[in-house]
Design a binder for this molecule. Structure first.
Ligand code: ARG
Length: 591
């Protein structure tokens, strides 16, 4: 709605002042019960070199010629605008008749985005820190899909390194097949902790772990079998955790894949053509990397743009950077994506800057389309970094090895949810209580985390997350269920045509909010920041609550008005549910 109005105002400015502005910032005026929009004439004053207050009063009669505008006034450099009331009702019906599932998909049909997220390692259980990238990444995947992208998601799981020498040694020493099957990741961590402490006073043992890693690298069948077992069980355990958060990557193509070892594949994805070594050779031939006398290979950036980095060590082994480079080449050459977005924490910023710069210089970013201006557009690489979660209450019953495991955290959430529900409701049977607490905890924790910008640190705080009082999952959930209750007996009347219009401030506010949903989705998409969508859901809920308190709905005497308002309630529930399905959070039907 604002967009259409903006267009009209920009056109008017162009015609009368011969200035071509690209945008004008329409704000909500302080006296919002009197005016719908406002804008500052400062921007015009700069262009025209004229007093903004003067422009504001001069432009009023011009604005009145726009058919939608019913009244205008100026206050200093500001212009206030009132638009005709029936516009809001018209706009409302435009929205009401839209098909939510398909309204965006035509835009990017078929283009690809690759998402790199989750940040997991085979030998380490998911922990509280894994609230970050899986949740943010999955929300963004859902939104890319809504925009019609074909999304390929991959965890780039850490499944290689000397650590596997340690794990194999430990496993052989303290072999326990059942424990491995039961809970692979926990058991692997236990083995890791145990062997690490024993190695401290036993240099023979340390040598043994190196030998085991060498055997694995040289394709010793027994070592490969153990590696596969560890990895397979560990990925299964990880997916069980992630399923509780509605997160599911398509692939878990591990770092080892780029070693060209032909280790067994855990899923079906294209084979590797360029391994790390061939990439190093290619970069040397392109004068991007240089080999030292000792055999190590380095990249030194032109004009010291970035700190130099090592690609290949003296002993010809490769590290994390080479694996990410091979991975970029693999992804671009197999899938020609429009973008690859990495949801990985902020500590890896330099790593990705270096990797992206090298990939660009090596021409691995293949053009996937031609822009309207005839320019070829190549794959964009983007690091959507996140900061960290810290823990408010350190006492946590099952905390071991300094890790708060995700699984235990979610269990704890469920227990707490039950307590909170029981305070409000004593009429639920056991089954209902279980179901409800499941939906509430997933909301509370996921929402509590997602509402914070990924560019700030956050504190995990039960009291803040699990409440019905303020910006929390349960608060929004409660408003949703209340809205469902209002409309549930009126479905048959929803097709009825009505001639009433929205008049009260609260109704109009709610229409404005519902209308801005599209812009919010675009903004969330452009910035890769789901907290923008969370803020919207909260604002929408608050606006709905004011509407609910201000107007009669079910006991409105005027039947047409009543139906119109019920339609509004319905659109509110649909929009909120849609927003939350993008965030990867389910909605309850009862509470
Ligand atoms: N496994 C890596 C780690 O533990 C994270 C992977 C992130 N993705 C990537 N393409 N580097 O740090």
């Amino acid at each position: 709605m604002e967009k259409a109005l903006k267009q009209d105002i920009l056109k008017l400015i162009k015609e009368n002042y011969s200035i071509e502005l690209y945008d004008i910032n329409l704000t909500i005026p302080p006296k919002k019960e009197m005016w719908d929009f406002a804008f500052n004439c400062g921007i015009l004053s700069r262009e025209l070199k004229k007093n903004p207050n003067l422009i504001a009063s001069e432009i009023l009669p011009l604005l009145k010629t726009i058919s939608e505008i019913t009244d205008v006034s100026s206050e200093g450099a500001f212009v206030n605008i009132k638009v005709s009331k029936d516009i809001f009702t018209k706009k409302f019906f435009e929205l009401y008749n839209l098909d939510f599932s398909s309204q965006f998909s035509y835009i990017w049909n078929g283009k690809k985005i690759i998402v790199d997220y989750i940040w997991a390692n085979v030998w380490k259980p998911l922990h509280i820190g894994h609230m970050c990238t899986p949740n943010i990444g999955q929300a963004m995947i859902n939104i890319y899909k809504k925009f019609g992208y074909d999304v390929i998601s991959d965890s780039h799981i850490g499944d290689w390194g000397i650590i596997f020498g340690k794990l194999i040694t430990a496993y052989k020493l303290w072999w326990d097949e059942n424990k491995l099957k039961e809970n692979a990741v926990d058991y692997l961590l236990e083995l890791y902790v145990k062997i690490t402490s024993e190695i401290e006073n036993d240099s023979d043992l340390e040598q043994k772990t190196r030998d085991e890693f060498k055997l694995l690298s040289e394709w010793n069948p027994e070592s490969i079998e153990l590696w596969s077992k560890f990895t397979k069980y560990s990925i299964e355990a990880m997916n069980k955790n992630l399923a509780r958060l509605n997160v599911k990557p398509d692939y878990n193509i591990g770092e080892s894949f780029y070693e060209w070892l032909w280790l067994p594949k855990m899923e079906d994805f294209p084979d590797l053509v360029f391994d790390m070594h061939s990439i190093v050779v290619e970069l040397i031939s392109k004068w991007i990397a240089t080999q030292n006398e000792d055999g190590s290979v380095w990249v030194i950036f032109e004009n010291d743009k970035l700190p130099s980095c090592i690609l290949q060590k003296r002993d010809w082994t490769h590290g994390y950077l080479a694996s990410d480079l091979a991975c970029i080449k693999y992804r671009t050459s197999n899938w020609t994506p429009e973008k690859i977005v990495y949801f990985v924490d902020v500590r890896q910023q330099l790593h990705f800057k270096q990797a992206f710069e090298i990939a660009k210089n090596a021409w691995w970013l293949i053009p996937h389309s031609v822009s309207p201006k005839g320019r070829e557009v190549a794959t964009e690489l983007f690091h959507a970094f996140n900061w960290f979660i810290s823990w408010k209450e350190w006492a946590f019953s099952t905390r071991k090895w300094n890790i708060i495991k995700l699984w235990d955290l979610l269990d704890e959430a469920e227990i707490r949810a039950k307590k909170i529900i029981l305070e409000k409701r004593d009429d639920l049977d056991k089954k209902e209580l279980n179901e409800l607490s499941k939906i509430i905890w997933i909301w509370a924790i996921k929402y509590g985390h997602l509402k914070k910008s990924r560019e700030t640190d956050m504190i995990f705080d039960w009291d803040e997350f699990m409440t019905f009082e303020w910006n929390s999952g349960p608060y929004i959930q409660y408003a949703y269920v209340r809205a469902l209750r209002i409309i549930e007996n009126f479905w048959e009347n929803f097709d009825m045509k009505v001639n009433s219009i929205f008049e009260s401030l609260e109704e109009i506010e709610l229409v404005k909010q519902l209308w801005s949903y599209r812009e919010v989705l675009v903004d969330t998409f452009n910035k890769n920041m789901p907290h923008i969508l969370c803020k919207y859901a909260y604002d929408l809920t608050k606006t709905f609550n004011s509407f609910y308190n201000a107007v009669h709905i079910l006991n409105e005497d005027d039947f047409e008005k009543k139906i119109l308002r019920l339609k509004m309630v319905k659109l509110f529930t649909i929009t909120l549910k849609d927003a939350f399905s993008i965030l990867g959070i389910e909605m309850p039907n009862k509470m």
